[in-house]
Design a protein around this ligand. Structure first.
Ligand SMILES: [Zn+2]
Length: 272
């Protein structure tokens, strides 16, 4: 499932390849996503240009030259591909035809969505106005965190809560808590100030590193039939259940636990 670094990698790729290029036509291939794709999208966006592509948490926002905008979420399996000509494949939902290339959105499990707004009201939409600060924004700081210290939940669930901080999911929460040596089950109210400082530092460090990694995978692509944004990251704890912890090499192997039905991986020796 794409999290902040994957979505940012997609944003950087699209920024390099489709910004300031006139869309010749927009075609809906299959309107069924989390929300049905509105037929207004082709009507409003044919012959328009994307002037900016922004990201908020795991959302992408395309701003168009005629003051319309698209709000996109990749859901669990959504991805873009950029080709010279269009060849339909299963689960293609919408395509944007440019003079010399075509950008296609494909989503096997259909949890993603694409919605039309105006440039003014997209930021007030229910999806964006409830988001907490982006995990990479300076607003996600130690002082901000301290204001939420009384919350009655554990740190894993708090970091997963998009209205507290936006952009994190299962994978990066495990990696961040491993890096900051804090157990995912710790009650938020029990966290010491230095632990909160470490969590904030680790968040920025891990996300920036992952974006760099994603960046190297798209550097030289002008047209890509690959699933953009799906890169292999070097994960230190996620998915390593029953393996020796790569940091402390302790006798307690990496464990998998569930918080609100979602898996967390951690080392009970070096994460307290
Ligand atoms: Zn360890």
């Amino acid at each position: 499932m794409p999290e902040l670094p994957e979505v940012e990698t997609v944003r950087i790729f699209l920024k390099k390849n489709v910004i300031q290029k006139k869309t010749i036509s927009v075609k809906i291939e299959d309107k069924n996503l989390r929300f049905q794709i509105s037929k207004e999208i082709p009507e409003k966006l044919n012959f328009q240009m994307i002037t900016k592509i922004l990201r908020r948490g795991k959302f992408l926002i395309f701003l168009y030259s005629n003051n319309y905008s698209l709000l996109l979420h990749l859901g669990m399996t959504g991805y873009f591909r950029l080709s010279k000509t269009y060849e339909k494949i299963k689960h293609d939902h919408i395509r944007f035809n440019f003079n010399d290339k075509v950008l296609v959105y494909n989503d096997i499990r259909k949890f993603g969505f694409i919605k039309l707004y105006t440039n003014e009201n997209v930021f007030e939409s229910q999806h964006l106005n409830s988001l907490g600060p982006d995990a990479l924004n300076l607003k996600f700081s130690v002082n901000y965190f301290l204001k939420h210290k009384k919350r009655k939940t554990n740190i894993k669930n708090l970091l997963m809560n998009q209205s507290f901080v936006s952009g994190l999911g299962n994978i990066y929460c495990s990696e961040i808590l491993f890096d900051s040596r804090v157990s995912p089950s710790r009650a938020v109210s029990s966290l010491k100030k230095f632990e909160i400082e470490n969590i904030i530092k680790s968040t920025k460090k891990i996300l920036k590193k992952a974006i760099e990694m994603g960046g190297t995978t798209i550097k030289n692509f002008i047209v890509s039939d690959e699933k953009i944004g799906y890169f292999k990251n070097k994960l230190l704890v996620y998915g390593r259940e029953s393996s020796v912890c790569i940091r402390c090499k302790g006798e307690n192997y990496v464990k998998k636990v569930k918080h609100s039905g979602r898996s967390s991986f951690f080392c009970s020796t070096c994460q307290l």
